[in-house]
Structures are given as C-alpha cells and as structure tokens.
Design a protein around this ligand. Structure first.
Ligand code: SAH
Length: 356
C-alpha cells in the first residue's frame, strides 16, 4: 500500500468510511502525496496522454477559435486568456503561437492559469516563460476582466460521488475498511432530496454520479462571463447526462482498480455536461464531437500545411495524430466539446448549434 493509502486507512479507522469524492480529492490533490502534486503524469513515461500532447494542431485551431470569439465580442482590452488545469502548458503555448498574428490579441491578453499542482505550475512556467502568466488556485481568483477561457480534461479530474438506487432508496458509495484493506461500501438510505431530481425516477440498480465541486466552479465562470463578456470552451469525455459507474483509474497507461494505488493512479470520471451547462446559466452550443469541431475549425487544412515540411517517421506520426484526434473510433467522438458565451454575443465558431 502507498503512503497515501496508510493515511487514508488511519483516517477511516479513526472517523469511519469516507465519501468517494473525499477519497478522490485526497488521492488527486493531497499536498504531499497526491497524484497531481507529485508528478508530471503525461506522455509515454507517465500515465496518460491528452490531445494537446498528441499534436500542436489541437491548440492551434482552438486558439484561433478563441481569437475569433474575442474579435466577435469587439476585441475587449484588457482581457483574461485563461485555462483551467493547463497540464504541461502545451495547449496554452499552442494557442499563443497560433494567435500571434491576430492584431491586438496578445497585447490585450493577460494569461491566467488555474492550477493547484506545484509540479505542473513549474512545468507551465518553463513552457510559457515568454508570456508572464499569472497563476491562481481557483476560479474565484480569476481577475475581474472579460474572460476567454479553455478547459481540456479539467472537469473529468474533479472528484465525484456515486449514488446507487437500492430497493428502499438511494445509497452513497463509500470507501471503508475491511481486514485493513480499503473497500467499497454503501451508506444507509439517503433522504430523497440528496438525489438530483433529474434521476429521481431511475429504477433500482441505477448508478448516478455527481461532482460536488462542479456546480460552484461552473456558476462562477457563468457569472464572470455574463458580467464582463467572454466565452468558455470545454472539452472532455462524458455525455449530456452521465449515467452508470464511470470512475476510472489509470496507472502507467493501464486500467487499475480505483482503490489499489491511492495517489499513484489517475482517477477520472465522465463529465455530466448537462450539470455543467445548467450551472453556468449562459447561452451555449450543442454538445459537439471533438472530431467534428476540429474538422470545422480547419484542422485538415492545418495538417496539410504541416505535412509539407515532414518526411518519413515524422510524417507518419503527424498523420496518425490527426487520425487519433478526429476519428470517431479514436478520440473524435469519445471526447465532447461545448461552448458557453456571454448573453447577446455570437456563438463560437465550429460548435454544433444548441437545440435547447
Ligand atoms: N489540460 C491539460 C491537463 C489535463 S490533466 C491537458 O489537456 O494536457 C488535469 C489538470 O488539471 C492538471 O493540470 C491538474 O493539476 C489540474 N487540476 C486538477 N484538479 C484541479 C483543481 N481542483 N483545481 C485546479 N487544477 C486542477
């Protein structure tokens, strides 16, 4: 068992089983032994790869999308060019490179990174040294400016709780101890108000998930954008309404049991985009497949331009990256995108229209 496993077991032995969200928050964010606090998880040597790490084209076309939104809203200056959970800083670096010829954009932009991990802040500082970014711990500390924001694989890293409907009511999934090992258990039946009314009629056996932190984060973004203008582009894996057990542990590119290596495996869950949309309270796009979005934003054209300078293995890798990002059997439809925008402003380009 890991050092964090011993800490968790001692806590549970002292005060009883903990919620899944508390377990996930400790595993991911513990200041000393948490997953994001202790490592750079990306790439071949890490645990997983994300779209910006697969190809620069991802950030380039999304950067131009953000710049178009900024132009469409009258080029406000100054504004916050913000990212939630920037990882290695690759996405923001690609956004900045792609937009450097957009007149006035860089001059007006204050780059703001919402990041809790000191290890990843250091990686971002190195990557983005030229643009003097500002770091904040939470969305509450974003500057009071028009906000043009992107978040890729941020919301899936937020802790979730799981609820299962039994014969007599809903129960929460808990993490407890059995023979000195971490083990899943369940709470006594909960009062009906504990369950989101969207799920009230789900039959016995159903499992639903909710991120306790997501509504407040989304509401803050919504208030900022409604008050000062801007957009939020969110890309993640998930669905309009997330049903079933989607908790996933990944360690060294392999699936892992979520309780097996606390603090040493990445833990994620599908994003419930309906919950996100409701909490922002902003006009929005439809939920759009990543592949469709990237294609509409011109990724194929950009890929051809880049391919012209490549040969051999590098050309093969480049072509494979385009396929991986856009093909429906790869990330193209597993990952979804949604755009929120200030009331009275045009919808961001490339996204499906909203039918709501
Ligand atoms: N967007 C990046 C990284 C995704 S991994 C990419 O696409 O490559 C998740 C990122 O969110 C990491 O940078 C992690 O440290 C950060 N993160 C996770 N939970 C967070 C929280 N509650 N507040 C701020 N940052 C968080």
């Amino acid at each position: 068992m890991t050092a964090l496993g011993d800490i968790l077991k001692a806590r549970i032995a002292a005060t009883g089983p903990i919620t899944l969200a508390e377990y996930m928050a400790t595993c991911l964010q513990h200041p000393q032994f948490g997953y994001y606090a202790t490592r750079d998880p990306f790439g071949a040597a890490g645990d997983f790869t994300t779209a910006p790490e697969i190809s620069q084209m991802f950030g380039e076309v999304l950067g131009l999308c953000l710049a178009q939104c900024w132009l469409d809203q009258g080029s406000p200056a100054p504004f916050a060019l913000a990212e939630l959970g920037p990882g290695r800083g690759t996405l923001m670096a690609d956004i900045l490179r792609a937009t450097r010829n957009v007149p006035g954009f860089h001059g007006a932009a204050q780059v703001v990174l919402v990041e809790t991990s000191p290890t990843l802040r250091a990686a971002q500082a190195q990557r983005l040294a030229g643009c003097t970014p500002v770091w904040v711990d939470t969305v509450d500390d974003l500057p009071n400016l028009p906000l043009f924001l992107i978040a890729n694989e941020f919301f899936d890293a937020l802790p979730i709780d799981q609820f299962q409907r039994g014969e007599t009511g809903w129960h929460m999934r808990l993490v407890g101890l059995s023979d000195d090992a971490l083990q899943f258990g369940r709470s006594p039946a909960l009062p009906a108000e504990a369950i989101d009314p969207r799920f009230a009629d789900d039959p016995p056996g159903s499992i639903v998930e909710a991120s306790p932190a997501l509504p407040a984060i989304a509401a803050t973004l919504g208030q900022r954008i409604a008050a000062r203008g801007g957009v939020a582009l969110v890309i993640d894996y998930g669905g309009w309404r997330s049903k079933g057990d989607t908790l996933q542990a990944v360690r060294r590119h392999q699936p892992d049991h979520p309780l097996a290596h606390p603090g040493e495996a990445d833990l994620t869950a599908h994003v419930d985009f309906e919950a996100l949309a409701r909490a922002t309270g902003l006009p929005r796009s439809g939920l759009t497949d990543q592949g469709a979005l990237l294609n509409r934003l011109g990724i194929a054209h950009r890929a051809e331009r880049l391919a012209a300078g490549l040969t051999g293995d590098r050309l093969e890798t480049h072509r494979a990256a385009l396929h991986r990002l856009t093909d429906p059997r790869e990330m193209g439809s597993l990952f979804k995108a949604i755009a929120f925008h200030a009331p009275g402003t045009p919808a961001p380009p490339g996204f499906d229209p909203s039918h709501a």
